[in-house]
Write a protein that binds this ligand. Structure first.
Ligand SMILES: C[S@@+](CC[C@H](N)C(=O)[O-])C[C@H]1O[C@@H](n2cnc3c(N)ncnc32)[C@H](O)[C@@H]1O
Length: 442
């Protein structure tokens, strides 16, 4: 914290300056969705209607995947949806302190794990590259701590548009980028601070090695299946063409059990559940990599611990948007079920959390960092932005309690202090992990 303490405020981008009028996606309205008056027939709607006419109703997971990441027309593929002119705002865009504290978390884990000679920083769904930029700035400012450690940066991103913005943010294209559209590594370059950086579409293509993984507001955009309990048992929610209008979609229930039903817990007490098998696959891959190669994963998102029911929603222009209207023009998201992520680890790694964003950032020293930045700021408007950003991130009624932090660590990390434990103690006490209270160990 001391080296970082000398650093001042980053110049805030337009999105951050516009923090107050913007909507953050963790905001969840269980009722009273804005009615959308017009239903333009988007190219995505035409594509989906054609698909449903050919093969029948589709699952919500297939719908989300098509709408968000279809390579030709997907919402995420060709637009910048973040910030004032976009559809929503995220924590890294609101305050530099967010990314700085996450950067310190990685350095602290690197130190606790024995200061490896090299590590990869891997971010899933990096948005505009703002979070990565703040984390890398911390690494540069803590250069004396990290000296002799070889760092490389790896971004997993499906969006062509956002990957170009990330490249500009992180490299300023001081060294020309190498592009290779057909290759698993579709872009390569060097960051402003001289770190090699590569872009991939899939986590599986990132080289296996000692790595720190970061996923902020990534898991909530992965496709979910939805199920409704009926007197006949669980039935999957599907999307069909509305019989009243051939260019409108509607939800229907599958007439019989579907294969995805296998993902529902036998003792499930809720009457409506959302399951995200893609999240399970990614968690398994991360846990396996961490257990074999070392490192850690930090996942931050809005979500619940296996308690919520219908959380599927859309956002467009900082407003809630009907998920079936004008597909391809609005973001689609669902709360992350952290209990499902924890089960997906299957004991391969140790998991921590979820703990609230308020608790995590408090434990990481947000108050001290805010004070340093306030003391350094001479402009009243900058001071005000810092205070507003802090309130947005920490206030329990805003992002403080809606967002959660969850971590994966190698089991050895949990037993890191076992050598210091005397023979009569039956259970090693866990090493403290920055940001998480000891209660969060699972
Ligand atoms: C909600 S944005 C969050 C951006 C950023 N992490 C932030 O907090 O500002 C989701 C990000 O994940 C990317 N994304 C969505 N689906 C993806 C997928 N299946 N694989 C890789 N990236 C994906 C989007 O393009 C975008 O960068």
């Amino acid at each position: 914290m001391c080296a970082l303490g000398k650093a001042g405020a980053r110049s805030l981008n337009a999105a951050a300056r516009a923090v107050i009028p913007c909507l953050w996606r963790g905001k969840y309205f269980s009722s009273g969705k804005d009615p959308v008056e017009n239903n333009p027939v988007t190219p995505m709607l035409r594509h989906l209607v054609y698909k449903i006419k050919s093969t029948g109703p589709i699952t919500v997971a297939e719908y989300m995947k098509e709408v968000l990441t279809n390579p030709a027309k997907g919402y995420y593929v060709h637009r910048d949806m973040l910030g004032e002119k976009g559809d929503f705002i995220t924590s890294p865009e609101i305050s530099q302190i967010f990314g700085e504290l996450l950067g310190i978390w990685f350095v602290s884990e690197w130190m606790a794990n024995g200061k490896s000679a090299a590590f990869q920083l891997v971010e899933l769904g990096p948005g505009r590259g703002t979070l990565a930029e703040d984390v890398l700035r911390v690494f540069s400012q803590l250069g004396s701590v990290l000296k002799n450690c070889e760092i490389s940066m790896h971004l997993v991103e499906v969006s062509q548009k956002l990957s170009e913005i990330q490249a500009l943010t992180l490299t300023e294209e001081k060294v020309p980028l190498e592009r290779s559209a057909g290759s698993p590594v579709y872009m390569k370059g060097v960051t402003k601070s001289g770190i090699p950086i590569s872009w991939y579409r899939h986590l599986q293509d990132v080289p296996k090695g000692y790595s720190f993984y970061l996923a902020h507001e990534f898991f909530d955009v992965l496709p979910i299946h939805k199920f409704q309990k009926t007197p006949q048992g669980w039935r999957e929610v599907l999307i069909d063409i509305d019989p009243q209008s051939s260019d409108k979609l509607r939800f229907v229930l599958a007439p019989c059990a579907t294969p995805a039903e296998a993902f529902i817990q036998r003792d499930e007490a809720r009457d409506h559940v959302e399951v995200c098998p893609d999240a399970g696959v990614i968690i398994q891959e991360l846990s396996q990599r961490i257990s074999l190669m070392g490192g850690a994963a930090l996942i931050a998102d809005y979500g619940h611990d296996g308690t919520k029911t219908d959380t599927f929603r859309g956002f467009c222009g900082h407003k809630l948007h009907d998920v079936l209207i004008a597909p391809g023009t609005a973001d689609l998201t669902a709360d992350v079920d952290f209990s499902y992520l924890r089960r997906a680890v299957q004991g391969r790694a140790a998991s921590l959390g979820p703990v609230t964003q308020q608790m995590f950032l408090k434990n990481m020293g947000i108050d001290v960092r805010l004070k340093v930045l306030l003391d350094k700021s001479t402009e009243p408007s900058l001071k005000q932005q810092l205070l507003q950003g802090y309130d947005m991130l920490m206030n329990p009624k805003k992002m403080g309690e809606r967002f959660n932090f969850f971590a994966l660590l190698p089991h050895q990390r949990l037993c890191g202090r076992s050598q210091q434990i005397s023979a009569h103690q039956s259970k090693p006490s866990p090493s403290p992990v920055a940001g998480f209270s000891e209660l969060a160990w699972r």
